[in-house]
Design a protein around this ligand. Structure first.
Ligand SMILES: Cc1ncc(COP(=O)(O)O)c(C=O)c1O
Length: 344
């Protein structure tokens, strides 16, 4: 199953941001309850306040930004965007100005006391520009226009798309698959069968870059034959197209052939009422994970992905790897939503 190593195919400039390798651990108690051999890759531990899946993408994206002499980075996301927060903190650490286009729906949201990711954005000195959902739909144009203003003022902008999800950002997760392969080879994971460690790798999907990177590396690196992307917004068709496009761009740009060895499932039945909106069964799973394994999930991304994993259970295979992609600041901003659940 294994082709050429992703690491051999890629000699991309990277700035070291990830505190890696992040732990690969069994979740024995929950696994026993679900009747599967369940493991977690703790990419919520890639760093400190900047931690989460975005750091793997930003290692490559900021290397390119620095190589192009960027004075500013421009990016976008929802009001509690983990990606925007990681970008703001990394930019500050490199002496680069961050401009964040954050989507809000009301003046009340805009005027609220900063919490969670917004608090960290502000601490990092990022410039926040609030955009309406309508403006956000035209985010590429909006960011291009901010970049143009920066250029006119003598700066050098570098635009990072939503979620850091372009071909370069996605490579961060192709490389993460190498890290897992090395951990398995050192005996830190389950023993491989037919050269493959896990039946499937389950992850939250918000812009598709993490799933695309996993698709490019998972089977090639002997990590998993199957990627299961749990949509937290949009739907299956949207993400299949997005992941396909990212894999195609990666092939064109880095000659990393398409993910023909890995199969993809996009499951969109666990979004609940919508993006960043929680529901009781998902919140119950968050409590179960925290109380059974000390595994802290967030209500926007990892809570929904892990709830899908627990519900689908054995249908995902016998040896399942959950990719924990972070999101703690978002959880800390949503205490009010969980208040009732915490009474039990
Ligand atoms: C905590 C967390 N998990 C998962 C994701 C999804 O990753 P991607 O945007 O690469 O699909 C994001 C960002 O969107 C995130 O912040």
């Amino acid at each position: 199953m294994r082709g050429t190593s992703v690491r051999m195919l890629l000699s991309l400039p990277r700035i070291p941001l990830v505190h890696g390798p992040t732990p690969l651990r069994p979740l024995s108690r929950l696994g026993a309850e679900l009747g599967i051999d369940l493991w977690v890759k703790r990419d919520d531990m890639t760093g400190g306040a900047d931690a989460g899946n975005k750091l793997r993408k930003l290692e490559l994206l900021f290397a390119e930004a620095l190589a192009r002499g960027a004075t500013h980075v421009v990016t976008c996301g929802g009001i509690q965007s983990n990606h925007a927060r990681a970008t703001a903190l990394v930019a500050a650490s490199l002496g680069i100005r961050a401009v964040l286009l954050l989507r809000t729906t009301s003046d009340a949201e805009r005027g609220a006391r900063p919490s969670g990711n917004v608090l960290l954005d502000r601490l990092a000195g990022a410039e926040i520009r609030w955009v309406t959902p309508d403006e956000y739909r035209r985010r590429a144009d909006e960011m291009a226009s901010v970049a143009e203003t920066i250029r006119r003022d003598g700066g050098t902008p570098y635009v990072i798309p939503e979620g850091g999800s372009n071909a370069l950002g996605a490579m961060g997760y192709a490389l993460a698959m190498c890290e897992i392969r090395e951990q398995v080879a050192r005996g830190e994971g389950p023993s491989s069968r037919n050269g493959i460690a896990f039946d499937s790798i389950v992850l939250a999907c918000g812009s598709g870059g993490t799933a695309a990177g996993a698709m490019l590396g998972a089977a090639r690196e002997g990590v998993a034959a199957h990627v299961v992307a749990i949509a937290v917004c949009d739907d299956e068709d949207y993400f299949r197209a997005a992941i396909d496009r990212l894999c195609g761009e990666a092939d064109a740009r880095y000659r990393l052939p398409g993910p023909s060895l890995t199969s993809l499932d996009v499951i969109d039945g666990y979004k609940g009422p919508g993006y960043a909106q929680s529901y009781p069964e998902m919140r119950a799973t968050m409590l179960r994970a925290a109380r059974t394994e000390g595994l802290v999930l967030d209500p926007v991304y990892t809570g929904k992905a892990f709830h899908a994993l627990c519900t689908e259970g054995r249908a995902l295979g016998n040896r399942v790897l959950f990719l924990h992609t972070g999101g703690l600041p978002g959880l800390l901003a949503s205490g009010a939503d969980l208040a009732d659940d915490l009474r039990s």
